[in-house]
Ligand binder design. Structure first.
Ligand code: ADP
Ligand code: MG
Ligand code: ZN
Length: 504
């Protein structure tokens, strides 16, 4: 077969295992704090339980289970009445007990679904399962050299020694496993963005947290003929396809890059007649490639067995009692209906709960469409430009409401509000009235504008003649004169109207 034809005939199949840190106060099986910062001392947030000392017994954190139930509900998953923990056994220095407490055949959530959009299309991905487990500690591989430890951090194969920090050990994780429903690396990005939005809405996830979302991405290549019209692939084809699992992906962009690389690498292998090895690969963020780590481990390698130190967990009552907030899709639809917003503005205003809450607080007081423009376009744009999030202003809601009030009641022009007042509010921390006074931005009083119009007409007879002769530029010239005379504080619409009247 010709090379080009063969290229076209192969189709990537992708499934994800996403690890999400649940934003609880304490760890999942002990009382240690989860609240660490980047420069904390290693091994300071630890106790006998998360260090795996002999005789220490785990107790499950109620808040972590509640968070997991919320995730299940948001993913429209089945939550069984009873669920159980298992031990997954393997030896690695970041795992002090030599096993990880996780879930196996009785996960907290199964058979869910998440909708997201990709290039303007609605997509849906099936969630096979989502379970609760503990995060291992973290390792830092170091080579000998200058004093600065961070500068000496390296990969495991180049290290002279390795440091281990158990501060992270025992942080609650939710592992969310999708069906292999993705056909393009780019769609994975849209899914991860949506997943983060939903998790943040639930208030159980901090998208800004370091390492709060980590992805293992599975990819195989199948013949395009094996893909059904609805995009699914028969079970036996999936089983027979050799797949790789790429680890160490910690960003949306990284997922797309790693998977694009992996798709073309596997394609190349198949085209030269080599079998793709079933293996675990490591994503190298700096080089944007993946490298072989080890042969893929199988389930039997882990010798799963029930965690006998934890009783089975009865969650039947919780399923009913625990409530989740309105989620982004529903809120977006409601914004469109209730406030008459367009698709894009509604999407922008609902993608983060804090932004949506902020907008609703403002829209309740003033014209919702004006509020949408000022929040979705001006405020988010200016914040984005400054690399800041909405939390930079959430405690100044009053001041932003006042700014919108100034515009809504015609005291300041939209242009001045956006270009001068808003920027000074963000950069100098000033309140809107101070900026308006200092810069003399109060809209010119009606009689001041009227006088400026009369003067402009009286002083520019040539332009008036041109206007009557039907020259388009003449009116603009006169508007310019009035704007200059009022120091830019007149409303252009009003000036236009008054000029038309004056000119007959
Ligand atoms: P394992 O237990 O070996 O990790 P699973 O069946 O639990 O395998 O699947 C793990 C992930 O691999 C899931 O996200 C699933 O969607 C994905 N997956 C399964 N088969 C394939 C395939 N042929 N190609 C790509 N991904 C796959
Ligand atoms: Mg797996
Ligand atoms: Zn502990």
């Amino acid at each position: 077969m010709a090379r080009a034809a063969e290229r076209a005939a192969l189709q990537p199949v992708i499934g994800l295992e996403v690890h999400v840190q649940l934003d609880t106060e304490t760890k999942v099986f002990c009382g240690c704090s989860t609240d660490g910062d980047a420069d904390e001392e290693p091994n300071t947030r630890v106790c006998p339980v998360c260090l795996g000392l002999p005789g220490a017994l785990p107790v499950v954190n109620e808040a972590a289970v509640a968070a997991a139930v919320k995730v299940g509900k948001a993913l429209d998953a089945e939550i069984p009445a009873e669920t159980q923990f298992h031990r997954k056994n393997y030896y690695y220095p970041d795992l002090p007990k030599n096993f990880q407490i996780t879930q196996y055949d009785a996960p907290l959530c199964a058979d869910g679904e998440l909708e997201f959009s990709h290039e303007g299309d609605r997509r849906s991905v099936r969630i096979r399962r989502a379970h609760l487990e503990e995060d291992p500690g973290s390792l830092q591989h170091v080579r000998e050299g200058p004093a600065d430890l961070d500068a000496r951090t390296t990969s495991v194969d180049r290290a002279d020694y390795t440091l281990v920090d158990y501060n992270r050990a025992g942080t609650p994780l939710m592992e969310i496993v999708t069906e292999p429903d993705f056909r393009e690396p780019a769609a994975v990005r849209g899914f991860l963005e949506k997943l983060e939005e939903v998790l943040a809405y639930l208030g159980i996830f901090d998208p800004e947290g370091d390492g709060s979302l980590r992805v293992d991405a599975n990819l195989s290549m199948v013949s395009a003929d094996d893909v059904r019209a609805d995009g699914t692939v028969p079970e036996d084809v999936l089983k027979d396809a050799n797949r790789t699992e790429v680890k160490n992906i910690s960003s949306h962009r990284g997922a797309e890059t790693a998977l694009s690389y992996e798709a073309s690498r596997q394609r190349d292998q198949i085209e030269v007649g080599r079998e793709v090895a079933q293996e675990t690969r490591h994503y190298n963020e700096t080089h944007g490639n993946t490298v072989s780590m080890r042969a893929k481990e199988e389930e039997k390698d882990y010798r799963y067995f029930p965690e006998s130190d934890l009783p089975s967990l009865q969650v039947a009552d919780w399923r009913e009692e625990i409530e989740i907030p309105e989620l982004p899709d529903a809120r977006r639809e409601r914004f469109r209906e209730e406030y008459g917003l367009g698709e894009e503005a509604a999407a922008k205003l609902t993608s983060r709960k804090t932004v949506a809450d902020f907008y609703e607080a403002v829209a309740a007081e003033f014209d919702p469409e004006l509020a949408a423009t000022l929040v979705a376009d001006s405020l988010l744009g200016e914040l984005n430009y400054r690399d800041r999030g909405i939390d930079a202003v959430t405690d100044r809601l009053d001041e932003f409401e006042r700014l919108i009030e100034l515009v809504a009641t015609d005291q300041v022009t939209t242009k001045n509000a956006e270009e001068t007042v808003l920027r000074a509010m963000l950069d100098e921390g000033e309140d809107p009235d101070t900026v308006v006074d200092r810069e003399g931005l109060g809209k010119a009083a009606d009689d001041e504008v009227a006088t400026a119009v009369t003067t402009a007409v009286a002083e520019n007879p040539d332009a008036v003649d041109d206007y009557h002769a039907g020259e388009d530029g003449a009116l603009n010239f006169l508007v310019g004169q009035v704007m200059a005379a009022t120091g830019g504080s007149a409303d252009p619409g009003t000036v236009n109207e008054l000029l038309h009247e004056e000119l007959g």
